[in-house]
Write a protein of this length. Structure first.
Length: 117
């Protein structure tokens, strides 16, 4: 598991095959070939995100695509398009955007993750 600490600011592309927790700030793109992404309450992501499972406690501005599930907790603040077969939106979560739960979303995500590898 990789942790991006609260004092870190990363600009560019992150590609990972293991779980990542973001406490700091990321600008650019996050691609998870495997593993889960967790954006902590102090995390701020200004990026398009692609992965298997994504859980947001903090702030995300960008499109989020997950092959399995996206979860927005009560402290989440997300702006963008969510593409996934399953979305969990807790009471208190702030979301402004579009949700695409096309049944083919899981297949599309697996193909794009495989193509990127």
């Amino acid at each position: 598991m990789t942790t991006i600490g609260p004092s870190l600011i990363i600009t560019g592309e992150i590609t990972s095959r293991e779980d990542i927790t973001i406490h700091g700030r990321v600008k650019g793109q996050v691609r998870m070939d495997a593993g889960a992404l967790l954006v902590a309450p102090t995390g701020n992501v200004d990026a398009n995100v692609q992965g298997t499972r994504v859980t947001v406690h903090g702030t995300v501005a960008g499109d989020v695509a997950a092959a399995e599930r996206i979860e927005l907790t009560p402290t989440a603040d997300v702006t963008g398009t969510l593409t996934t077969p399953a979305v969990v939106l807790h009471d208190g979560a702030r979301f402004n955007g579009v949700v695409d739960m096309d049944k083919a979303a899981k297949a599309k995500m697996r193909k794009s993750v495989s193509a990127a590898a």
